[in-house]
Design a protein around this ligand. Structure first.
Ligand code: ZN
Length: 678
């Protein structure tokens, strides 16, 4: 330990190449810098602090961040690359409504603060006036249809995606929505902290009403009314944990059945206005909510409902309008909820909007410049090694019947893999932008997406489409297509190194690949078959054993205290925790297999096995604000970085072996508490 400590101190002060240790010739190691460690902490007491403590000291939280981790740094570096690309286009003379022109126009309007301030609320004025002019509750249907088409939330959401029972067909889905806070729990959870957030939220709504011209008194009254409606919506909403159950959110209805549940909101007319012609096989995710919205509309006055709709227009558009609205919007959603002192530079926000609205346009240019074809080849090999390691693990499971194993192996073999960027790019030619206002163009982008989505309802699912843009620093598993996807954005350090040792790549991107594959077999994903249909392919006994094993992770995570008296939510994060567990086990096996017969280097005193786990921890190195800890614990299905590391590794024997961790150490729990799922 001592020599490592010396190395670390050296690394901090002079850079690694300048120092030597007694035992190992120090070498340049960009992938795992000794400066990232804190060897004053023992690996067996708190591995996260040991592996990332130096990183945390050297990377303090910037003022405009709620969390700052190696993951976030990569995302920001990628945003910078995108910004450079966009600026290059913005400086050129582009043909009107060419892809380049669209990107440049949206970006330039977003950056033009003087124009945004001069325009004030005029971009949303017509819609606010239209709401004010309503004289009858029957008009709410038309208004909500128009708002949804423009990307403004209200009451519920409507979208088209694959039928849970027939993954080849796109059908309409009705989903609960319309809350200004992230989920039901913000409205229903008891406690001082919760009461305070609700009070601050009502104040925020009032301030926003004042900014669109309400008198102080009217603004306060309107805020109270809006909150009351949202509170009622929350009461008929499904809870976040329940929402994760695909059987609970699958409820097929005909338009007639929906109408019977919604006497005060003409849902048939709504669907017609949106151009949805199918009359049956609509998935109503929350039937109680459908009925609840209708009740609320009956009980609330037209004036209150108008205020609710206007609030949704203002809340959805604030970040595309003048500085006053923008700032107040940040005050609540940034400062109050996440604890961020200073709003991000405008360019960062605008790049995100361009990425969000013209994602594949930008992505096509991004990959030409930044994605080496060799990276794709390396990834294909890694993915196949992970797939075969997962297969071996399934075959060797001592708790699963041969019958279920055979189905699991079939599903594993059927997973399709998307790497880098799509083979076929989205066609944006029907999207026409104008040089009038930032917000008007965001609305045009939303309308384009909505129309595109509706046009696919009743048609076969196009499985070549991507659910993320290539420049996204993330990855996903989609249960209905049984596919895993790794955009170009994540195929960069600290996830993926073209020239690092295997240990580092398997500990980082390898675990990510294993994580996404395991999602196909977590508590949600296991309910979908190899073709992506919601179907029970497990024997009853195996399903019961799975649930019993998963419960170990629920209990373990629910016992974790994330801040003062606040506990992690082991039920909400179960799927992600199973995926992390699977990812760690599968990738370690794949790493050992890949290393057979190859001498893996010991670098800076660390064995390949140790480097695997250090690399995993580095991905999750971060600093985070207390408010953000609370917010993420309430909203995010992922565990916090620290617990993705310590919460998993305490129950992983290969990790214990690698670092000589023994019973009685803080990083060790008894074997009876290991998850042992996959
Ligand atoms: Zn995940």
């Amino acid at each position: 330990m001592k020599s490592i400590f010396k190395l670390m101190a050296c690394g901090l002060a002079f850079g690694l190449t300048a120092c030597n240790s007694n035992q190992n010739q120090s070498m340049e190691d960009k992938a795992l810098s000794m400066a990232d460690l804190d060897t004053t902490v023992s690996a067996s007491a708190d591995f996260y602090a040991y592996a990332t403590g130096g990183w945390q000291k050297n990377n303090p939280l910037p003022n405009d961040k709620s969390r700052y981790g190696s993951f976030d740094i990569l995302a920001e570096e990628t945003d910078k690359k995108v910004k450079d690309l966009i600026q290059e286009l913005a400086n050129k003379k582009n043909e009107e409504n060419s892809v380049e022109w669209k990107i440049a126009t949206l970006y330039n309007l977003g950056m033009d603060e003087a124009k945004l301030n001069a325009d004030g609320i005029s971009p949303i004025k017509p819609m606010l006036d239209e709401i004010d002019a309503m004289t009858d509750k029957a008009q709410i249907v038309d208004m909500v249809a128009k708002m949804h088409h423009q990307g403004v939330s209200a009451f519920f959401g409507l979208f088209g995606t694959s039928d849970p029972a027939n993954s080849d067909l796109n059908i309409p889905w009705y989903y609960q929505s319309g809350l200004g806070l992230a989920n039901k729990e913000y409205y229903t959870d008891k406690g001082e902290r919760e009461d305070l957030i609700r009070q601050q939220y009502v104040e925020h709504i009032g301030k926003m009403f004042a900014l669109i011209g309400y008198s102080e008194e009217d603004a306060k009254a309107a805020a109270k009314n809006v909150f009351e409606i949202e509170d009622q919506l929350a009461n008929v909403s499904m809870g976040s944990v329940e929402e994760r159950d695909p059987f609970k959110t699958t409820n097929k209805m005909t338009v007639e059945e929906m109408s019977a549940k919604s006497p005060n909101f003409d849902i048939a007319k709504y669907l017609e206005l949106q151009g949805i012609t199918v009359k049956e096989n609509i998935n109503v995710c929350q039937p109680l909510f459908l009925a609840g919205v209708s009740d609320i509309i009956a009980k609330q006055s037209l004036d209150n409902l108008k205020q609710y709709l206007k609030w949704n227009v203002v809340n959805s558009s604030a970040s595309y309008l003048n500085e006053d609205l923008n700032k107040q919007n940040f005050e609540f959603y940034g400062k109050t909820l996440s604890g961020v002192p200073v709003q991000q530079d405008r360019w960062k926000r605008v790049v995100r909007v361009v990425n969000g609205n013209l994602g594949e346009c930008v992505g096509e240019i991004f990959v030409q410049k930044y994605f080496p074809p060799e990276a794709k080849e390396r990834m294909v090999t890694l993915v196949e090694n992970l797939r075969s390691a997962f297969g071996e693990r399934i075959k060797n499971l001592d708790w699963m019947s041969e019958e279920t194993k055979a189905k699991a192996l079939e599903k594993l073999a059927a997973i399709t893999v998307k790497i880098g960027y799509p083979d076929k790019w989205k066609d944006y030619s029907k999207l026409l932008l104008k040089e009038d206002s930032y917000y008007a163009n965001v609305v045009r982008c939303n309308e384009f997406e909505f129309d595109d989505m509706v046009s696919k309802i009743g048609k076969p699912v196009d499985k070549t489409e991507w659910g993320m843009t290539p420049q996204t620093v993330n990855a996903y598993y989609n249960p209905s297509t049984n596919e895993i996807c790794f955009p170009a954005g994540i195929l960069q350090p600290p996830f993926f190194y073209m020239d690092a040792d295997d240990a580092v790549n398997y500990g980082a991107i390898g675990v990510v690949i294993g994580h996404e594959m395991t999602h196909g077999f977590d508590d949600q994903g296991r309910n979908f078959d190899k073709d992506g249909n919601l179907a029970c392919w497990w024997t009853e006994e195996d399903a019961a054993k799975f649930t019993e094993r998963a419960k170990v992770l629920i209990d373990r995570y629910s016992a974790i205290v994330v801040l003062d008296t606040v506990h992690a939510n082991g039920e909400l994060s179960l799927g992600e925790n199973i995926a992390d567990y699977g990812g760690l086990k599968i990738s370690f096996d794949a790493f050992k297999k890949a290393s057979e017969g190859k001498k893996q280097p010991t670098i800076n005193g660390f064995t390949p096995e140790q480097r695997f786990y250090l690399s995993y921890a580095k991905v999750w190195a971060n600093n985070i604000r207390d408010e953000e800890i609370i917010r993420r614990t309430k909203e995010d299905v992922h565990s916090l970085g620290k617990w993705r590391v310590n919460g998993q590794l305490i129950g992983i024997d290969d990790f214990h072996k690698a670092f000589g961790i023994k019973e009685g150490d803080a990083m060790y729990i008894p074997e009876s508490e290991w998850a042992k799922i996959w």
